[in-house]
Design a protein around this ligand. Structure first.
Ligand SMILES: Cc1cc2nc3c(=O)[nH]c(=O)nc-3n(C[C@H](O)[C@H](O)[C@H](O)COP(=O)(O)OP(=O)(O)OC[C@H]3O[C@@H](n4cnc5c(N)ncnc54)[C@H](O)[C@@H]3O)c2cc1C
Ligand SMILES: *[C@@H]1O[C@H](CO)[C@@H](O)[C@H](O)[C@H]1NC(C)=O
Ligand SMILES: *[C@@H]1O[C@H](CO)[C@@H](O)[C@H](O)[C@H]1NC(C)=O
Length: 548
């Protein structure tokens, strides 16, 4: 029962954190003067659907000044903050996402404690060869590309959800204990699956949950992920209220990328697992190093690798991820024993008996895994009532989703929350500089939508071309695609270097400059593409003249 033991370890670790937080709240509240005598701010009601990272971030933003919404967050799962092997991925919160995080000291502090801030760029990686007679090379730094600003944190998904939830709860405890009437309240409700959204005659929105409960508000935020129920309610052209007045714009546009449809499952390794090197001795792995374990398989239906992302906490299990095509042999294995035998043949270097127990092989065999989505976005991201005082807005995966290759999922979502914050405050969304205060909620939401539409479209184009072959998908088509993709990136890197930075680097590098919007990233990428075309045509022209 090694798996169970590991899971309970997580709970111990997280409850320790919670204990610390409770303490922090007590200390803080006793040292701050009572402010209940000041005039209370005018509060409004907001509902956030979805308690993933983006929903929780929205709750924090909306409850604070100057918005002061009383926020009710409805999350369908009860387990959202717990470790779930099927969602055992690591977020890399980078400079884009940190623009939002930096506004909330509570979130930043917890992220600094629980997240891993790599010392160099995105961290260090070690490629472990399949052949046990080949030595394990030393770890190396992950990119050779110079990135101007390099703040980023690796954090497991459940840690991110936990720490944001804690910040919401701490803020609420603090508000109540100080009699603080300068903020809205936050109420986090779990086991609340939203089923439908309606607009009533008084201009209020009513959200109905599967359990029959209803909630009303003047602002509704859909943060309910890729299969958003809120978005579906807005896209339903059969109903005729103002909610569906832009139904067409909420039809999702989908594009296939080379990583769309890949299946992912993870096998759990113990913390600090060891690997056999050639000299007969074993080497200890480091939690903060990424590992790629190659298999001996070469075929289009059996080639694969195991990828492990870095963690800070040296007591955490390491999730070894498989990302591959649907027709791979591994997906057909039905028993733990069959999986174990397949892995033993594919990875002869690894002492499987020491690493993975029977229960984990069984769990892996039975798990259904996840499938990478289409690169998709909803051109519409907000709708408001004719009076202008009531509205619905989409943030995060509810509005755009894509496979994790560019590592921007969480960052793009936090960008939306910042964009919403700025639109409501009357600040320019890109620069954050003060402009005119919008006259109504409806005006602010239109500004949000006008900015997000093109931004999300560019983000989806970036997701399609950014790094879609990084899983070394095994089909012939993938291998060719990977070759051309690599050539393209290398040529752009060389041009960038020899033009002294005049010709922009590939979009995957440009994306790491936080001051550029995704639109600017893609526009610059297009400039290089045009230059390349002109260059190639010119070259062909001169070569053909020479021959004549
Ligand atoms: C396999 C995989 C790996 C990924 N890896 C990365 C990565 O490495 N880095 C990265 O940045 N991003 C990654 N992503 C993307 C990332 O998960 C998302 O971008 C991010 O979680 C978006 O956050 P969100 O809060 O918008 O949505 P979600 O995290 O999907 O949260 C939505 C929440 O809404 C709840 N919900 C859904 N419907 C309802 C309803 N009807 N009523 C109430 N609640 C509801 C869900 O239970 C869920 O808790 C990955 C995605 C996948 C699938
Ligand atoms: C918001 O909550 C406070 C109590 O926490 C309450 O006094 C106030 O009336 C609420 N505002 C609205 C608009 O319901
Ligand atoms: C593995 O062994 C080789 C040969 O002895 C050595 O050069 C290499 O550094 C070792 N790898 C690690 C990661 O220690």
């Amino acid at each position: 029962m090694r798996v169970l033991k590991r899971t309970s370890l997580f709970l111990v670790v997280s409850s320790q954190f919670q204990g610390l937080n409770a303490l922090a709240v007590v200390v803080e509240s006793s040292s701050i003067p009572d402010i209940s005598t000041s005039t209370p701010v005018r509060t409004k009601e907001a509902i956030v659907v979805g308690g993933g990272p983006v929903g929780l971030a929205t709750a924090l933003t909306l409850s604070n000044q100057p918005h002061c919404y009383n926020v009710t967050l409805l999350e369908k799962s009860e387990q959202v903050a717990f470790y779930d092997p099927s969602r055992a991925y690591q977020y890399n919160v980078n400079v884009r996402g940190l623009q939002w995080v930096d506004q909330f000291p509570c979130v930043l502090e917890k992220l600094q404690i629980r997240g891993l801030a790599p010392k160099e760029r995105m961290g260090r990686i070690c490629y472990v060869p399949a052949d046990p007679s080949e030595p394990i090379p030393p770890v190396k730094s992950i990119t050779e590309v110079k990135i101007r600003e390099n703040r980023n944190f690796w954090v497991p998904r459940h840690f991110m959800v936990q720490l944001l939830g804690e910040c919401c709860r701490e803020q609420e405890v603090d508000r109540l204990s100080r009699g603080d009437n300068q903020k809205g309240s936050i109420r986090l409700l779990y086991d609340k699956e939203v089923d439908s959204v309606e607009a009533d005659s008084t201009d209020m929105l009513t959200v109905r949950c599967v359990d029959g409960s209803t909630y009303t508000a003047s602002l509704l935020v859909g943060a309910d992920g890729v299969d958003s129920q809120v978005r579906s309610a807005l896209a339903d052209s059969q109903k005729g209220t103002w909610l569906q007045s832009k139904a067409k714009k909420f039809q999702v546009r989908k594009y296939r990328s080379p990583s769309t449809g890949l299946r992912m499952k993870s096998l759990q390794f113990p913390p600090n697992f060891r690997l056999a090197n050639t000299t007969g001795e074993t080497i200890a792995t480091a939690p903060e190093t990424m590992y790629v374990l190659r298999s001996v398989n070469k075929g289009r239906r059996n080639y694969f690798s195991l990828g492990l992302l870095p963690v800070k906490d040296s007591t955490l299990v390491r999730a070894a991820n498989i990302n591959t095509r649907w027709d791979h042999e591994v997906w057909g294995l039905e028993t733990g024993q069959a999986v174990k035998e397949f892995f033993a043949k594919s990875f002869p270097r690894i002492a499987w008996d020491d690493l993975v127990d029977k229960a984990e092989w069984e769990r892996f065999a039975k798990a259904s895994g996840t499938t990478y989505p289409f690169c998709q976005f909803s051109p519409g991201s907000s709708v408001a009532s004719p009076s202008g005082d009531t509205g619905v807005v989409l943030v995060g995966d509810a509005c755009h989703a894509f496979p994790p290759d560019i590592g921007q999922g969480i960052n793009a979502g936090l960008n939306d929350v910042l964009a919403l914050d700025r639109a409501l405050r009357g600040q320019d969304i890109t620069t954050g500089k003060d402009t005119v205060q919008p006259e109504s909620l409806s005006a602010a939401l239109s500004i949000y939508e006008e900015n997000r539409g093109p931004e999300h479209k560019a983000l989806i184009r970036l997701a399609k071309v950014g790094a879609p072959y990084q899983y070394r998908q095994p089909w012939l088509r993938d291998r060719l695609g990977r070759f051309f993709w690599t050539c393209n990136v290398v040529v752009r890197m060389i041009l960038n270097k020899f033009s002294g930075g005049f010709i922009p680097p590939p979009v995957i590098v440009l994306m790491q400059q936080p001051e550029l919007t995704f639109r600017q990233v893609m526009r610059r990428g297009a400039v290089t593409a045009r230059l390349l075309k002109v260059g190639i045509i010119t070259l062909i022209f001169f070569l053909s003249r020479r021959r004549l």
